[in-house]
Write a protein that binds this ligand. Structure first.
Ligand code: GLU
Length: 285
């Protein structure tokens, strides 16, 4: 098939990988192999408050044990902060980003008192210039948010924007999906504590690495709406998306770091071989 098929596995080194990650990485890897394409590993380590080098080393070790190989050099997002800053600067220059001084608590309270159906995290748009100057003067921390209202103006509405789902979303969504970023509200482009946020870094890197197919879990399906919008605003190419169902444990719940799901290293230490695990996950080779 197409030699232009490029996909990636993009874990954040905030913990040890578990079965769910193994399933996702193998799905991306095997999809690339079947397409005669390329498989990349990308370390999404922009969140300096949570990422750790030992987790990154463990990711490489665990994936190697699983039998995966990837191209070098591995892209580490922490080494490309200037590029995300440049993308943010472009959005700012185009009047699409604004400073948000609200705390998480204030936003939660605002969402609770908002009329039913209002966007969950819409913090009300930019402040009047004098108010903003006063808060800046006080040294109050702020995040940069994308203004959906400004983005809508700029693009003349979102009606003509869509993304291609070649797998399926959590509710079976497939094919050409109309972009609707409103439910997500004015997302954060750069956090108060970290100079960039997830969505911006992902779209910059998917374009930089010429990712043609994003193969990832259905938990990230909703992210496509804003990621496709950012691609349009930054004139970046749109990859095809291929979301896979999430692996569930014997209790019917998805595996997650926070639930202390058994890690790949624990599985390995218990004597399970990589081929055992691959078979268990439905990969015969
Ligand atoms: N870094 C994200 C995560 O760990 C994945 C990003 C993506 O695949 O788009 O969930």
């Amino acid at each position: 098939m197409s030699a232009a098929f490029v996909t990636r596995f993009a874990p954040s080194p905030t913990g040890y990988l578990h079965r769910g990650h193994a399933y996702s990485a193998l799905t991306a890897f095997e999809t690339a192999r079947a397409a005669g394409g390329r498989f990349l590993l990308r370390i999404e380590d922009i969140d300096v408050t949570r990422c750790r080098p030992d987790y990154e080393a463990a990711i490489v070790e665990d994936l190697t044990w699983l039998g995966l190989g990837w191209e070098q050099p591995v892209l580490r997002q922490s080494e490309h902060l200037a590029d995300y800053e440049a993308a943010l600067e472009r959005l700012r220059a185009d009047g699409l980003a604004y400073r948000c001084f609200r705390t998480r608590r204030e936003l939660t309270l605002a969402a609770q008192s908002a009329p039913h159906g209002a966007a969950p995290a819409t913090p009300g748009g930019p402040l009047p210039a004098a108010e903003e100057a006063r808060l800046l003067q006080q040294g109050r921390p702020f995040a940069w948010r994308l203004s959906l209202a400004a983005a809508e103006d700029r693009l003349g509405g979102f009606d003509h924007l869509s993304f291609t789902e070649a797998g399926a979303g959590p509710d079976g969504e497939t094919g050409e999906i109309a972009v609707d970023p409103w439910p997500g509200g004015d997302i954060v482009l750069a956090r108060k504590d970290v100079g960039v946020a997830y969505h911006l870094a992902v779209v910059v890197d998917d374009a930089r690495q010429q990712v043609s197919h994003v193969v990832r879990g259905q938990d990230l399906f909703a992210a496509c709406h804003v990621q496709r919008l950012l691609q349009a605003l930054l004139d970046l190419p749109a990859p095809v998306y291929r979301h896979h169902p999430l692996l569930v444990g014997p209790d019917g719940k998805r595996y997650a770091k926070r639930d202390r799901a058994q890690t790949l290293r624990e599985i390995r230490q218990s004597g399970v071989t990589a081929s055992d695990l691959r078979r268990e996950l439905g990969f015969s080779r």
